[in-house]
Design a protein. Sequence first.
Length: 298
Amino acid sequence: MDIKLLRSFATVALLEHVGQAAERLHISQSPLSRQIQQLESELGVTLFHREKKRLRLTEAGRKFLDEVTPFLHHHQRLKDYGRSLTQADVGRLDIGYVEAAIHSRLLPEALARLNTPGGIDIHLHAMRSKQQQELLQERALDVALLHTPPEMSERFLQKKVLTEPILLAMTTEQAIAAPTPEDLQGRRWIADHQHLNPAARSRLLHACELAGFQPNIVLEVNGPQAALACVEAGLGFTFIQQSLAAQVPETVSLVMLPWLPLDITLYAVWRKEDTRPLISEFLNALDMSHSVNCTQGE
């Protein structure tokens, strides 16, 4: 199977638009459409639903994309590694991360603390926890920063690197000084798209249920910044991690809910066999960044 077909498929799946995908791949639309048809013919399955100008993944397409994505990452890593063999003094570090590692400043500050002779070739990969686990196992990642660590095994080591409270965000006009579960029951809610992090959605709803209320999720968005924009427009409530408080506009109020057992937790996971000093240095930098952030948050 030609890897160009797989790359074309992944690009179309991401953009859901042949024209935009063709532009990104620097080819015309007709050859790209033929490539997708060729791939479907080879596999014997329909990968996309055709909806006017958009293409949406079928269930088979989603499953195939889950396999193609780590393969393409690994293929690119091998290419980059081959090129780096002539630069013996430069270490390479492939780090996977979830969005919370950026918003908390944990990852950026840890990278800023790295200072090794000869420099470091750092590659960052934003992806869900499950994808990180798969790429870590396939050696396409060196360290994963994720919400849900794999089960304890002889292959991986892991440690908690961040625990951060979540805050309730609402417009100042709708603000409730000390909300109770009864105050939040049935309120309009804004949440991340379920497919972005199914485990996080499950934890959120379970924690709310235990606390005694059920969020009425009316909007699904991509990321906390989009959720905050919708809150500011008066479309509902949302949760954000505490480190985002400085970015909240004046028209949005934040409050901590001491009775809600919910927080943001990040784990660092790496292969037990990988004993390179660079891994230890990065993990130490994570510890130092976490300590500084905890002190600033007090």
